[in-house]
Write a protein that binds this ligand. Structure first.
Ligand code: ATP
Ligand code: MG
Length: 394
């Protein structure tokens, strides 16, 4: 019965003069999402509204499923588009609509007409009253409730007439790309894919970097990260995944620095390298899955020691104050959880000391890093020069 969707957006409506930029970005994201569906769709912007019109047969559930992943969408309304052929014909069509969509008539309703085309011969209030009467005559079991109706039947009169009563919730947020780009430090764990999703939801495009340490971390661990990036890309669009070979740097730190500080020093090098890639790729921030207190490297002192080297751009940590279970809930919702819990080691776990420092002192860490002076710059450069880049998308 439906061939079109009316897309409702909330927050982007308040952007004043820049509103059209947000709308255009949303149209682009919707077009990208609909390309993944069977069938052909046209996406059009029309007086502060976005419509998705199917041009061919399509699978309703599949289309809704893809729209539900487009940030910036507040609601997805399956809509019936009618030609204006007079009020009597409209009544007939409305009766048919109600009959089809609500087989159980034991419901309350309210008609809400919006006359955007001012030359329509009836006013909104009049349409509401007359149409309400017509529906009551046709279905005596139905009742009017103007405060909390089960069915809010909206009739929008424009160049065509649009009829809808259902709003399927969208993901909210802002269209990806309207908020610049950031570099996600993506590991194989539960937290970082969630962090990437959360930042992207605010309209930020995501690139990612993964630190790989072969042979200590296997090809399967790397594949797991690629798979996670692919799942996240369902929401964010294509992700440039930078894969850095971190083995030599890790070994060198292991050789030269106290073992209980290894994780912190390693994390400082991850941040340094990530910043470098980020500034070369027009990213304006780093994103991590860190969360206070989760592990030794995420105490406030450890975070401070890690953050000490982040002098080129801010680090965004959307999971920072979240409980693990809440992060897990999001990862289940977005579909990354099953992949995240696959048992492949990530590069931190192999070199982790039995008793890592939980309260590192920044000055001490800096001093111990001086042990690396001889070769570390060269190693970092080699790691950057030999990075592999994969464009991940679904
Ligand atoms: P996650 O579940 O995201 O792996 P975690 O709880 O295991 O996080 P850590 O291993 O301490 O925590 O990592 C903290 C953050 O550092 C991660 O969320 C991620 O952003 C980044 N990170 C850790 N290891 C890597 C890696 N090998 N490559 C890229 N980023 C990493
Ligand atoms: Mg991890």
């Amino acid at each position: 019965m439906y061939k079109s969707f009316l897309i409702k957006y909330a927050e982007i409506g308040v952007k004043g003069k820049n509103r059209y930029l947000f709308e255009d970005a949303l149209v682009q994201q919707i077009k990208y999402a609909m390309k993944k569906c069977e069938g052909e769709f046209k996406v059009r912007k029309n007086s502060g509204r976005i419509y998705v019109d199917a041009q061919t047969d399509f699978d309703f559930d599949e289309a809704v499923d893809h729209l539900k992943k487009v940030f910036g969408i507040w609601g997805i309304c399956p809509v019936v588009c009618l030609e204006d052929e007079g009020f009597d014909k409209l009544c007939e069509d409305v009766i048919h609509y109600v009959d089809q969509v609500y087989p159980d008539k034991n419901k309350t309703f309210k008609v809400m007409a919006r006359r955007a085309r001012k030359n329509y011969p009836m006013e909104s209030m009049e349409i509401n009253a007359k149409m309400g009467g017509v529906i009551l005559d046709a279905f005596p079991e139905m009742k009017v409730d103007v405060h909390k109706p089960d069915i809010l039947l909206t009739i929008e009169i424009r160049e065509k007439i649009y009829l809808y009563s259902e709003i399927i919730p969208g993901p909210g947020g802002m269209p990806v790309g309207t908020g610049g780009k950031a570099m996600l430090l993506l590991s194989g764990g539960i937290d970082s894919p969630v962090a990437g999703y959360m930042i992207a939801k605010r309209g930020v495009k995501i690139d990612a970097v993964y630190f790989h340490a072969p042979p200590y971390t296997s090809e399967r661990a790397k594949q797991k990260v690629v798979d996670l990036a692919r799942i996240v890309s369902r929401y964010t669009g294509p992700i440039y995944l930078h894969i850095i070979n971190f083995t030599d740097i890790q070994m060198y730190i292991y050789e030269k620095c106290p073992h209980d500080e290894l994780t912190i020093i390693m994390r400082r090098y991850m941040m340094r390298i990530a910043q470098q890639i980020a500034s070369e790729t027009e990213c304006y921030g780093l994103v991590t899955g860190e969360s206070i207190g989760q592990v030794a490297s995420q105490t406030l002192q450890s975070l401070m020691a890690t953050n000490d080297v982040c002098d080129q751009m801010p680090v965004y940590r959307p999971c920072i104050a979240m409980d693990k279970q809440d992060i897990v809930d999001i990862s289940e919702k977005i579909g990354t959880y099953e992949t995240s819990i696959l048992p492949f080691e990530d590069c931190c776990t192999i070199f982790v000391a039995k008793h890592p420092v939980t309260k590192p002192n920044v000055k001490v860490i800096r001093r111990h890093e001086e042990n690396l002076a001889e070769k570390i710059d060269e190693m970092v450069q080699t790691a950057l020069d030999t990075k592999e880049v994969i464009v991940v998308s679904e």
